[in-house]
Ligand binder design. Structure first.
Ligand code: ARG
Length: 460
C-alpha cells in the first residue's frame, strides 16, 4: 500500500530509490519539537478564526502532547515512506485523533511550515551560541587579568615588532568575539520573522490571523510577502556567515596557540587533557584541539559556500533544492557549539611562560620604536630618528647584542640627544607602560578593559 498523502494524482507508486533520495526524515526529525510548536499555534489560530472547532483543537493539543512524550522517550519510529518530519508528525497525530489531525493542515503548506520550523529552531540555537560565546569571553578575560603585566613580543609579518602585554593580546580576541556575539544577535532579528500563512506560495483562502500565530510563537514580525517567505533562506546564510567569521577568529587564535606551544617558542602550555601523544614519537605532546578547530573552521566556511550556492539562481518560490539547507545548517550549529564549549575549557587550562616570552622580546629589538620616539621627544624629527635607530640596530645585530646592552657611549655616538634615562625606555616593561591610552597595551589599560568586559559580561 502506498502511504503517500499526495499519491491520489499518480498512476504508479514512487520508486524505492526515489523515495530514499527525496526523503529528509533521517535528518529533519531534529525539527520535530519546533514542528509541533508551530502546529499547535497554527491550530489555535485556526480555531479562533472559526476554521477548526473547539473539539478539534483540544484533540490536536492532546495528541501532540502524547507525540512529544513519545519523541522524548525515543519511542517514535520515523518512516521514510512519509518523506519528512511534517508528514510523519501529521500521520502520528491522525493515528491518534483521526479527522482532527487531518484538518490541521488547513490553510498551510509544508513550504511555509518548514520555513517556520527552521526559524524557530535556529532562533533557539542562536541563543545557545551567544551564551557560549560569552563564556569563552570570560575565560579569556580571566587569562588577560592574570597576565596583564606579562610582556610578550607583538608580531607583524611574523617578526618581533613591539612588546605587548599577553593580557592585551587575549583581549584582542575578546573584542572579536564581542562582535561575533553582536552579529549573532543582529541576525536573530531577521531569523525571527514568521513565514506561516504564506501557505504553498500565494497565501490562503482561509481567514487566517497571522499576527496571532506570530505572537503565540514569539516571532518579532511576520514575513510580508508570501513568495519571499517560502523561498528565501537568506537568514540561514547570514547565520552561517556569522558562524564562519567566528570560526575564522578561533582559527587565528588556534594558529597562535599551536606555535606558542611548539618547543621553539615555548610561550604557553596547554593542559594535557586537551592534547594527544604520538604513537611513534614518545616526546610528542600535540595540540590536537586547536588544530581541529583550525580544521573545522574550513568545514563551516564550506557550509556557507554550500548554502549560498544552494540559493543562487533558484527561481521563486519554493523548490525542493531548499531541503538541502538543513544538513549544513545543523552541522554548522553543532560544530560551533562543540567548538565554543571545548575552547572555553581549553583556555582555562592554558598556562603562560613569561620568562620565554620576555626572552623573545629581548632578542627581537622590540623596543627600537621606543628609542625612536624617545629621540623625537628630545626634538629630533621622526624620520631622522628612525634612521638613527636603524643604524644602532644594525650595529647591535653585528655585535649580537640587544639595544639595551649597548653602552651609553656607543648609543651617544649615534645621537648626542641620548642620556642615561634611555635604558628605562629600552626595557620591555617601560615600553609597555608608555602606551597608556585607551586601546594601548599598558597593563593599566589592560586592567581597565578587563573591568569593562567583566561589567558587560555580568550585565548580559
Ligand atoms: N522536506 C521539505 C523541505 O525540507 C518540506 C517542504 C516540502 N514541500 C514540498 N512541496 N515538497 O524543504
Amino acid at each position: 500500500m502506498d502511504e503517500k498523502v499526495w499519491s491520489g494524482r499518480f498512476h504508479e507508486p514512487v520508486s524505492e530509490l526515489v523515495k530514499q533520495y527525496t526523503a529528509s526524515i533521517t535528518f529533519d526529525q531534529r525539527l520535530a519539537q519546533c514542528d509541533i510548536q508551530g502546529s499547535l499555534a497554527h491550530a489555535q489560530m485556526l480555531q479562533q478564526a472559526g476554521v477548526l472547532s473547539v473539539e478539534d483543537l483540544s484533540a490536536i493539543k492532546a495528541g501532540m502532547q502524547e507525540i512529544l512524550q513519545e519523541i522524548a522517550a525515543g519511542k517514535v519510529e520515523w518512516s521514510v515512506d512519509l518523506e519528512d518530519v511534517h508528514m510523519n508528525v501529521e500521520r502520528l497525530l491522525t493515528q491518534k485523533v483521526g479527522d482532527a489531525g487531518k484538518r490541521l493542515h488547513t490553510g498551510r503548506s509544508r513550504n511555509d511550515q518548514v520555513a517556520t520550523d527552521i526559524r524557530l529552531w535556529l532562533r533557539e540555537e542562536i541563543d545557545r551560541v551567544v551564551v557560549l560565546i560569552r563564556d569563552l569571553q570570560s575565560a579569556l578575560v580571566d587569562l588577560a587579568d592574570k597576565n596583564a603585566e606579562v610582556v610578550m613580543p607583538g608580531f607583524t609579518h611574523m617578526q618581533v615588532a613591539q612588546p605587548v602585554s599577553f593580557g592585551h593580546h587575549m583581549l584582542a580576541y575578546v573584542e572579536m568575539l564581542g562582535r561575533d556575539g553582536e552579529r549573532m544577535l543582529d541576525c536573530r532579528h531577521r531569523v525571527n520573522r514568521m513565514p506561516l500563512g504564506a501557505a504553498a506560495l500565494a497565501g490562503t483562502t482561509f481567514p487566517i490571523k497571522r499576527e496571532m500565530t506570530a505572537q503565540l510563537l514569539g516571532f518579532e514580525a511576520i514575513c510580508q510577502n508570501s513568495l519571499d517567505a517560502v523561498s528565501d533562506r537568506d537568514f540561514a546564510i547570514e547565520f552561517t556567515a556569522a558562524a564562519s567569521i567566528l570560526m575564522m577568529h578561533l582559527s587565528r587564535l588556534s594558529e597562535e596557540l599551536i606555535y606558542w606551544m611548539s618547543p621553539r617558542f615555548g610561550f604557553i602550555d596547554i593542559a594535557d587533557r586537551f592534547c594527544t601523544g604520538s604513537s611513534i614519537m614518545p616526546q610528542k605532546k600535540n595540540p590536537d584541539v586547536p588544530e581541529l578547530v583550525r580544521g573545522k573552521s574550513a568545514r563551516v566556511v564550506g557550509h556557507l559556500m554550500g548554502l549560498i550556492t544552494l540559493m543562487k539562481s533558484q527561481p521563486l518560490a519554493y523548490n525542493k533544492d531548499n531541503q538541502e539547507d538543513k544538513e549544513p545548517l545543523f552541522d554548522t550549529v553543532d560544530t560551533l557549539v562543540d567548538t565554543l564549549r571545548i575552547y572555553a575549557d581549553m583556555m582555562r587550562g592554558v598556562s603562560v611562560k613569561p620568562e620565554n616570552m620576555r626572552a623573545a622580546v629581548l632578542e627581537g629589538f622590540a623596543t627600537a620604536t621606543d628609542l625612536a620616539d624617545y629621540l623625537v621627544k628630545k626634538g629630533l624629527p621622526f624620520r631622522d630618528s628612525h634612521e638613527v635607530v636603524a643604524r644602532a640596530v644594525r650595529l647591535a645585530e653585528e655585535q649580537q647584542q640587544e639595544l639595551s646592552e649597548l653602552s651609553l657611549d656607543v648609543l651617544q655616538s649615534f645621537s648626542s640627544l641620548i642620556d642615561e634615562d634611555v635604558y628605562q625606555v629600552l626595557s620591555p616593561e617601560g615600553s609597555l607602560n608608555a602606551r597608556n591610552h585607551v586601546g594601548g597595551t599598558a597593563p593599566a589599560q589592560v586592567r581597565a578593559q578587563v573591568a569593562r568586559w567583566r561589567e558587560y559580561l555580568q550585565s548580559v
